[in-house]
Write a protein that binds this ligand. Structure first.
Ligand code: SF4
Ligand code: SF4
Length: 151
């Protein structure tokens, strides 16, 4: 795996765009589309199953469907291509271009005060970049592909 290939998946801040729920080509969207396809018109049958099985869980199907439709509709192309849809005030995207560094951990100013992240995100950003620096970019990338995106 080359740095260029990894860059298509990992944002300059170190977060993995490819596994983000908002990514149009990510697994979460892909599996949501697949599940929607497999469920078909389940919403028409949900009431029937509620009666047949005597299980009120099926009352919640509309909420589940709404969430599934939402995941299936996401279409972000990733931070290297467009502004992040989740962290709109992110300062890293513009900054890394100005500094001409691929990833924050490679920047001489890391950790800096230019991210605009809140405390939780900032702490995560520092942790991720220190981890990449320690374990190497490729090993970090491999991990993002096998573990859950949201821990
Ligand atoms: S740019 Fe932001 S919203 Fe888009 S995939 Fe990356 S983390 Fe998700
Ligand atoms: S100055 Fe900060 S935000 Fe900008 S590239 Fe360096 S570490 Fe990243």
């Amino acid at each position: 795996m080359t740095t260029e290939q990894i860059k298509a998946s990992i944002a300059p801040c170190g977060l993995c765009c490819e596994t983000c729920f908002a990514h149009g080509d990510g697994d979460i969207r892909r599996y949501s589309l697949k599940l929607k396809e497999k469920l078909g018109n389940f919403h028409i049958n949900a009431k029937r199953f509620e009666t047949l099985l005597g299980n009120p869980i099926f009352k919640k199907y509309p909420d589940f469907k709404e969430m599934l439709d939402y995941f299936a509709s996401e279409n972000c192309k990733g931070c290297r291509i467009e502004q992040c849809k989740l962290f709109k005030e992110c300062g890293v995207r513009r900054c890394h271009r100005e500094k001409q560094v691929d990833f924050c951990y490679r920047c001489e100013d890391f950790p800096c005060d230019r991210t605009n992240f809140d405390t939780t995100l900032y702490n995560g950003w520092v942790m991720i970049n220190e981890k990449i620096r320690k374990t190497g970019l490729e090993a970090y990338y491999e991990k993002t592909q096998t573990r859950p995106r949201y821990l």
